[in-house]
Write a protein that binds this ligand. Structure first.
Ligand code: NDP
Length: 304
């Protein structure tokens, strides 16, 4: 079962692999014949309609869209999409926005629009600029590695200690304050779980140095948007870049759209590549059918 738009591609691709794919909500199918489900945010209660399901494949890196359903069948393997192209797209997004902020590009954009030749020094060289990444997993480590050539001071926070070249590792709740105190840029790329929901709140912002930037490419549920706006408005934070929101699509009434210190994009930091996702689904199905262990299976106790 594939998202709209992938119909022809998915169907022919699976047919050549010897599988039949149907589109949930678009085609008729006998529910008892469905063995595998691939998708992103199925409607709550959906899994109750498939009595013979054997495995679930997320078409995104995060699985919060599945686990929000209290009826999600927890005895089945839930696999997440881990794709180097997606990781690098996420990293490009973060590198681009860090550099735009670091180089003060918005100032020069504004000057250009007024036909003004206005020179200005960098506020701080990159060697003295500290970038901290909340979540040093597959995507967080790729972001750090892709930032490495720019000579920033890099750190990451995760549950367990990590070894990533050029990146200082902070681990566990006990080291979070130390980590935050040294983030001129705080990038969130955590999975959304009971432990991380609402983590970017007033208390966290207060622990960041004055003038820090916040970049959220994880999930809208990580961020208390009202707290962010308050921290920006009182001048504690210098700016924010948001790709994900509490409510998506972001409502036209949201103050985020027009806020002068926020850059907002419509959840496009990393978009699942259809060809790569189809190859991943076919591989997962083949593994299940041949008894080969699945890779990237979610630990449901941790929620990621
Ligand atoms: P991973 O599972 O590889 O990494 C998750 C990281 O978060 C790990 O380092 C993990 O620590 C850490 N972590 C989880 N819970 C905690 C906690 N309570 N305290 C401290 N650290 C914690 O995930 P990915 O890097 O692949 O993806 C991360 C998220 O990015 C996804 O869940 C998704 O929400 C988001 N995403 C957003 C996209 C977009 O377009 N905006 C696109 C793709 C993904 P440890 O390793 O020690 O367990």
């Amino acid at each position: 079962m594939l998202p709209p738009g992938w119909d022809a591609l998915g169907k022919s691709s699976f047919a050549s692999d010897g599988f039949t794919a149907v589109l949930a909500g678009r085609e008729e199918y006998p529910p008892e014949e469905i063995k595998y489900f691939a998708g992103f945010r199925p409607p709550p209660g959906f899994f109750k309609t498939l009595p013979n399901l054997q495995a679930v494949f997320s078409l995104g890196a995060g699985v919060d869209g599945f686990l929000r359903d209290p009826d999600f069948p927890k005895h089945l393997p839930l696999v997440r999409f881990v794709d180097p192209t997606l990781m690098h797209e996420m990293a490009q997004y973060v590198v681009m926005h860090v550099l735009i902020a670091h180089r003060g590009q918005r100032f020069f954009d504004a000057a250009q629009h007024q036909s003004k030749w206005q020179q200005r020094m960098l506020a701080r060289p990159s060697r003295d600029t500290r970038i901290g990444i909340l979540g040093l997993g597959d995507i967080g480590a790729t972001i750090a590695t892709d930032l490495l050539p720019f000579d920033f001071q890099l750190s990451g926070w995760s549950r367990s200690r990590k070894t990533v070249t050029g990146v200082k590792s902070f681990a566990g709740a006990g080291e979070l304050p130390l980590f935050l105190a040294q983030c001129d840029y705080c990038v969130c790329v955590l999975p959304l779980t009971d432990d991380t929901k609402g983590i970017m709140n007033a208390a966290l912002f207060a622990q960041l140095p004055k003038g820090a930037w916040v970049i959220n490419v994880a999930r809208g549920g990580h961020l208390i948007e009202e707290d962010l706006i308050a921290a920006l408005d009182r001048g504690h934070l210098a700016g924010a870049v948001l790709d994900v929101f509490q409510t998506e699509p972001l409502g036209t009434e949201s103050p985020i759209w027009q806020h002068p210190k926020i850059t907002a994009t419509p959840h496009i930091a990393g978009i699942t590549d259809a060809q790569a996702a189809l190859a991943y689904v076919a591989d997962c199905v083949k593994r299940c059918e041949t008894g080969t262990p699945l890779e990237n299976v979610i630990d449901l106790r941790k929620g990621y």
